[in-house]
Design a protein around this ligand. Structure first.
Ligand code: FMN
Length: 217
């Protein structure tokens, strides 16, 4: 195939037949089901199984979306790390309501979440930052995430400056860098089935308890 050929998208078609999901036997707690599915993605060695799309409310009213990496789950929610001054950071500061979507294509699994974002403790950011490779630590200082820059040279020059300033083993966690946690109040699990008769189970927090329903595919 020539790289400039028009891709034949209409004929791309997968039959979804990897499993099933039933509202009666699904766990009462959606986080338990999510844990089961992400462990399943890990067991099947899917690439970047912790990557998810995070949608925030753009300051001009148009939603914005990007991929981030899930770095933990606990009673506070679903954690990821970023630059607080980035576009997403500014949008979350203005409106903490967000949506997220995990896709594990090979397993025909999708999980969509809605919820409220809050910042993790500084201690969480410092502990996670300390565990990152040196290049990633320096990268956090180099990148003024989401601002327009003059070119690649700008990044490379700042990278050299930051490496000179912070030798390996001495990189502090930047004050503008840290974690967020998404506390979901809605989680929808999609299991692909044959003939497009997919299973969709939605959990919604109502009066402090998770209520499960089946949605039409
Ligand atoms: C697979 C993948 C993982 C990523 N993980 C993160 C992440 O964990 N944190 C982050 O800030 N950006 C991550 N990014 C970059 C973001 O998608 C995005 O470009 C960046 O955060 C700036 O987004 P913003 O301008 O909307 O704030 C990742 C990108 C990809 C493709």
């Amino acid at each position: 195939m020539n790289p400039t050929d028009k891709p034949n998208l209409p004929d791309l078609r997968v039959s979804y037949d990897q499993g099933e999901l039933d509202e009666h036997s699904a766990p009462a707690d959606p986080v338990e089901l999510f844990t089961h599915w992400i462990n399943d993605a890990l067991a099947h060695r899917l690439p970047e199984p912790n990557a998810f799309s995070l949608a925030t409310n753009g300051l001009d009213g148009t939603p914005t979306v990007r991929t981030v990496l899930l770095k933990g789950i606990d009673e506070r929610g679903f954690h990821f790390y970023t630059n607080y001054e980035s576009r997403k950071g500014q949008e979350i500061a203005a409106n903490a309501r967000v949506a997220a979507c995990f896709l594990w294509t090979d397993r025909h699994h999708q999980v969509c979440l809605k919820g409220t974002m809050s910042k993790l403790e500084r201690a969480d950011a410092e502990a996670y930052f300390a565990s990152r490779p040196y290049g990633h630590q320096i990268g956090a200082w180099v990148s003024q995430q989401s601002v327009v820059i003059s070119g690649r040279e700008w990044l490379e020059q700042r990278d050299a400056e930051m490496k000179a300033k912070y030798p390996e083993g001495s990189v502090p966690c930047p004050p503008f860098w840290g974690g967020y946690t998404l506390l979901p109040d809605e989680m929808e699990f999609w299991q692909g089935r044959v003939s497009r008769l997919h299973d969709r189970i939605r959990y919604r927090k109502e009066g402090g308890v998770w209520v499960k329903v089946r949605l039409s595919p």
